[in-house]
Design a protein around this ligand. Structure first.
Ligand SMILES: *Cc1c(COP(=O)(O)O)cnc(C)c1O
Length: 520
């Protein structure tokens, strides 16, 4: 059989020379100089920005920024990389949210360590894909070493394994997939009969990705049963025992208990040893969501807070939260490597069964993803340059800072604090004497603060009321920064309360209704 050339290939290009120009953009032997120069220029820009940034955010609104982005004509390239970087200043860099800034106190975003940025630069240039050995070679071995290293730190035992993922959400999803399959395999009944009866028990302070996973896995709408947490915001084991028994009585199958080692809002760790005992007695899969708390694995002083995690069947870790890694960097670990078979499919073109028989290490056999970034390289270089204790020391510093912030807040009559975090969050609110204005005053203060860009704090709800939250992950943040931000919060909130109460007490002129007051 002979192949005819495609008609388009047969015709000579009307713009001879264009193909070569196009190829000048490809990264290859002939373009390494341009790679050097361009990357150096980009690094230089970011360095200048970071050196200049005086607040975590410009306060830009979507309404102001969207037209700048919309104005860009994506079909008319600037061609000059310097011009594209100039443009990037106005559509992105100028108004970016800077996690390295000491007054960024909002979400679980960490400043990143420079060794990990080295990894990021290397991995995107080499562009290995970690699905198969024949697309990654050493990359696969490095990822496997880091999985084993993490599993050892957790104490999962000799049969442990796992895989890097895009984040805690994906790790939790995969854990629930494995737990579901194990639960279904244990009962000799058709899947269709069993699926609606599967239940997942997790603390009411657990992460919403557990619910999302349940939905994706085709479970019942009521599949995730929230287990009561105590005033310390940790799962009550008595409540868990009660729910397990109730499910049994009702003919339901508890396919997993998800314990949280570091709740996103309160930084609290569920009582892992007691939960593990209950799970073992009931024969239930224990998943520990340590997306946030995994930094304790390298903490020189607080590893004991994770005691019991070694009894888990699966564990989620987010290196991009408490290991100071750039997004994304996460992993799912399992006690028994055999369970990963539930994620194994063989494609003739990629990872035929023959390869597994030959013990060719194809990570795609364990992953929900196919083409996959070599994120592990960032952690590898971090460990090889800094070492685990140094990473853990950074995490310890933010935990100490959170303890200081908590002390500051409990001593300050302007504020109310919810609970003492075991990690690095602080949930609090401004408490005006006019209690009925508390919700709106805190909502207003958060928005006003963000609009000024002077600091970013998060918000959440506790028992239906609006609260503010610090998530401290930056060792560069000082107690003075925190005190300063608290003053700003109090200023904004009290201004709101003053304006509101003035409007409420003002006597409207006869016949004219009081106008609602808009502060801001
Ligand atoms: C952040 C978080 C997740 C989700 O992780 P992503 O990396 O954002 O997908 C899951 N569980 C907990 C407890 C978290 O804090």
């Amino acid at each position: 059989m002979t192949f005819q050339g495609h008609p388009a290939e047969a015709a000579p290009s009307p713009t001879s020379g264009r193909p070569t120009a196009a190829r000048a953009h490809l990264f290859h032997q002939g373009t390494v100089d341009s790679y050097r120069h361009l990357l150096a220029a980009a690094v230089d820009r970011v360095a200048h920005r970071v050196a200049d940034v005086d607040r975590p955010f410009s306060g830009v609104t979507p309404a102001r920024l969207a037209p700048e982005v919309d104005r860009v004509d994506l079909d008319r390239p600037l061609t000059d990389p310097a011009a594209a970087l100039d443009e990037l200043e106005s559509v992105y860099l100028r108004d970016a949210v800077w996690f390295h800034h000491p007054r960024y106190l909002a979400h679980l975003n960490c400043p990143v360590v420079i060794p990990a940025l080295l990894g990021e630069a290397v991995l995107s240039a080499v562009n290995s894909s970690l699905d198969t050995w024949d697309q990654s070679a050493g990359g696969t071995l490095i990822e496997r070493r880091l999985i084993n290293w993490t599993a050892d730190r957790i104490g999962l035992g000799p049969t442990a394994d796992g895989v890097f993922t895009s984040g805690g959400t994906q790790s939790n999803l995969q854990a629930m997939l494995l737990a579901r399959e194990e639960a279904l395999a244990a009962v000799a009944r058709p899947r269709e009969d069993l699926l609606p009866r599967l239940r997942i028990l997790t603390s009411e302070a657990g992460h919403f990705s557990v619910q999302k996973s349940a939905k994706l896995l085709g479970l019942a709408r009521t599949a995730v049963i929230p287990v009561e947490a105590g005033p310390d915001r940790r799962m009550r084991t008595a409540a868990l025992a009660h729910e397990i028994a109730r499910c049994r009585r009702d003919g339901l199958i508890v396919m997993a208990v998800v314990a949280t080692a570091g709740t996103t809002d309160f930084g609290t760790i569920d009582p892992l040893p007691a939960i593990a005992d209950l799970c073992r007695a009931a024969g239930v899969w224990l998943h520990v969501d340590a997306a946030y708390g995994c930094g304790l694995l390298v903490s020189p002083t607080r590893r004991h807070l994770l005691a019991g995690i070694e009894q888990a069947d699966s564990v989620t870790v987010d290196y991009h939260k408490s290991f100071f890694q750039p997004v994304s960097s996460s992993a799912l670990l399992v006690r028994d490597r055999a369970v990963l078979r539930h994620a194994t499919y063989h494609a003739d073109y990629l990872n035929p069964e023959r390869m597994a028989e030959q013990h060719i290490p194809n990570q795609v056999d364990k992953s929900l993803q196919t083409t996959r970034r070599f994120d592990a390289l960032k952690l590898w270089l971090t460990l090889r340059i800094m070492g685990p204790d140094t990473v853990g020391t950074l995490f310890d510093e933010v935990l100490d800072l959170a303890a200081d912030a908590w002390r500051l807040l409990t001593a300050d009559p302007r504020f109310e604090v919810v609970t003492r975090s075991q990690l690095s969050t602080v949930v609090f609110r401004y408490l005006p004497t006019e209690h009925h204005l508390a919700d709106d005053a805190n909502l207003y203060a958060r928005e006003a603060l963000a609009a000024s860009g002077a600091a970013l704090v998060a918000g959440t709800k506790v028992d239906g009321a609006h609260y503010l939250k610090f998530t401290l992950l930056n060792p560069e943040t000082t107690v003075d920064d925190i005190a300063h931000v608290l003053d700003l919060v109090a200023d904004h909130a009290s201004r709101y309360v003053r304006t509101k109460t003035a409007a409420e007490t003002a006597v409207p002129p006869a016949g004219v209704a009081a106008q609602p007051c808009h502060v801001g």
